[in-house]
Design a binder for this molecule. Structure first.
Ligand code: SAM
Length: 215
């Protein structure tokens, strides 16, 4: 009989609980208020990257949005995402794949929405290149993320805390510079706000919210 491995059991429990933890934290009222700043601006055919448990669904403007395609890898969250789609009165579907290599056609999205996911996507540059590819020339990318602090002291702390934090928090990086990543991937920032949520920790509270278009 195979010996049971306690660290494997621990890892399996962690993987099972992760989707509920993400849903709980991402559903906090202070987080909801941030996503509400960008999600209602999306229109037409929308691709939402890192769909998670579908927490953005209630915030789409029903009069502006035709259809939402949520993209998320098979890490447990699509089960919650599908349930959310069934509960909401919005035309939506889930594509279980990674943002780094999407099967969606080029220039097919009027809007790309990404909230609290650029921190977790392993190859964020590849994912942003894909977002640029699927966006129509006149399309817009709406983003709401936590990320790198403008204070060099806090940013240094974020750099040193990211390796253990990634391990504890499902691959999340504390130190990604969202504006620089977007510019590096060929986007122009049409609206861009970097601010602290005032949670008492700029390490996690620094937010990068805005709208980008193709350059
Ligand atoms: C912190 S959660 C945010 C979920 C959701 N966007 C929200 O605002 O509530 C991060 C999400 O990114 C997703 N994710 C991680 N790696 C990804 C990848 N390579 N491609 C697409 N999504 C990814 C995770 O599965 C998870 O759903």
């Amino acid at each position: 009989m195979p010996e049971s491995c306690s660290s494997c059991t621990h890892e399996r429990s962690r993987a099972r609980l992760m989707p509920f933890g993400v849903h709980l934290v991402c559903g906090l009222p202070i987080v909801t208020r941030q996503r509400q700043k960008v999600v209602p601006m999306a229109s037409g055919d929308v691709v939402e990257i890192g769909f998670g448990s579908g927490l953005n669904l209630p915030h789409y403007d029903r009069d502006r949005v035709r259809h939402v395609i949520g993209v998320n890898p098979d890490d447990g969250l699509p089960t919650l995402g599908r349930k959310a789609i069934d509960r909401h009165d919005l035309s939506a579907e889930l594509l279980v794949e990674s943002a780094e290599a999407m099967s969606l056609p080029s220039a097919s999205a009027d809007s790309v929405v990404v909230t609290y996911s650029l921190c977790s996507i392993p190859d964020v540059e590849a994912a942003l290149n894909e977002m640029r590819r699927i966006l129509k020339p006149e399309g817009r990318l709406f983003f709401c993320e936590h990320g790198r602090s403008p204070s060099s002291r806090v940013a240094r702390l974020q750099d040193s805390l990211t390796p253990p934090w990634r391990f504890m928090a499902a691959g999340c990086h504390l130190n990604r510079d969202v504006g620089a990543l977007l510019k590096g991937a060929g986007f122009a920032l049409e609206q861009y706000d970097v601010f602290d949520l005032g949670l008492g920790t700029r390490i996690l509270g620094t937010h990068h919210i805005g709208v980008a278009k193709l350059r």
